[in-house]
Write a protein that binds this ligand. Structure first.
Ligand code: ADP
Ligand code: MN
Ligand code: MN
Ligand code: MN
Length: 336
């Protein structure tokens, strides 16, 4: 029996934004289900998840996909972090979404997340002149040509890897700021969309390594007159997707308007640098929703308004948001 390499991936305790960590476990295989993947430990004192004198944390496999980089029977395994006694660790944000998912199953919630990110080569965004600036924004969004897009080789390879891993990526595009890109995951149920988002991020970081490039999810990677990076979260319930759903969507927007601050609190660190009211954003201090309005907090897509049912787009989450937290609070606010 050939060995199986399982890459155990988890979220650390880094503040204010949790980061991904991973290490490889070699198993005797075969691995057919999650139950075939053992619990594993790690040194939590090196990840801001424990004190040195009592440092063991536990990795509990919760989601697995084929490893598209190593190939064969190898796996990528998303894990929840548990305390040594098996209870939920304080940095485990998935556990709460797991409960809400169970509670609101009947709503059949779907999430489609647009992940924007920026490629950096050393201190500069990829394709930017050393120590200077490229031409002003305008031609880069969905652009083509060596003078307009930078990093397409990485982007294409990332897309291929995501699809090989079975992730539900629905598209990619070059963004407004040169060196900035987007991919979309979903629509999927709450846990699937959030797990897949974390795994797709891991693949992005991992494949960029091979090019000597680093991908960042900072919401405002370059200060000034340059677009920030968001993670627009498209959301619907079964009732929103059916005849007359627009009423349910408007009702959800009203609920969201009353919980703006609670949402902003979990929509990503440094988001105030991005949500300025400029660059296709609504100010972080305001809440507005509207049809086709890319300057609103929540946009109701034109097609949804025309058909009378569909979904809403929460434009507030920043690129570095934790999808476990964002999906959880959207369910909490709109479904209860
Ligand atoms: P934008 O025009 O904002 O750039 P995108 O095409 O990048 O839109 O992203 C739209 C996202 O909406 C995709 O991730 C897609 O999966 C998601 N989506 C489509 N329909 C639904 C739905 N009914 N519920 C939730 N998400 C949806
Ligand atoms: Mn988009
Ligand atoms: Mn975008
Ligand atoms: Mn969008």
């Amino acid at each position: 029996m050939s060995k199986v390499k399982a890459e155990y991936i988890w979220m650390d305790g880094h503040e204010p934004t949790q980061k991904l960590r991973s290490k490889t476990k070699v198993l005797s295989g075969p691995v057919e289900s999650l139950e075939d993947l053992p619990l594993w430990g790690f040194d939590g004192s090196s990840t801001n998840q424990a004190e040195g004198n009592d440092s063991d944390c536990m990795l509990k496999p919760v989601y697995k996909v084929p490893d598209p980089i190593r190939g064969g029977d190898d796996l990528l395994v998303m894990c929840e972090v548990m305390n040594a006694d098996g209870s939920v660790h304080s940095t485990n944000t998935r556990a709460h979404l797991r409960e809400l998912d169970e509670q609101h199953k009947g709503q059949e919630a779907w999430f489609g997340i647009e992940q924007e990110y920026t490629l950096f080569e050393g201190r500069n965004p990829l394709g930017w002149p050393e120590g200077g600036y490229p031409a002003p924004q305008g031609p880069f969004y969905c652009g083509v040509g060596a003078d307009e897009v930078f990093g397409r080789d990485i982007v294409e390879e990332h897309l291929e890897l995501c699809l090989d891993a079975g992730l539900e990526v629905s598209g990619i595009n070059a963004e407004v700021m040169p060196g900035q890109w987007e991919y979309q995951v979903g629509p999927l149920g709450p846990l699937d969309s959030a797990d897949q988002m974390w795994l797709s991020r891991w693949l992005l970081y991992r494949i960029s390594e091979d090019y000597g490039i680093s991908a960042t999810l900072h919401p405002k990677p370059v200060k000034g007159d340059w677009n920030g990076a968001g993670a627009h979260t498209n959301f619907s319930t079964k009732a929103m997707r059916e005849e007359g759903g627009i009423k349910v969507i408007e009702n959800a927007c009203e609920k969201l308007s009353k919980n703006h601050d609670e949402h902003i609190a979990v929509y990503g660190a440094h988001n105030e640098e991005r949500l300025t009211g400029l660059h296709e954003t609504c100010s972080i201090k305001e809440f507005r929703y509207g049809v086709s309005d890319r300057g609103a907090s929540i946009r109701i897509p034109m097609q949804t308004a025309n058909e009378g049912y569909g979904y809403l787009e929460d434009r507030r989450p920043s690129a570095n948001m934790d999808p476990y937290k964002v999906c959880a609070i959207l369910l909490e606010t709109t479904c209860s």
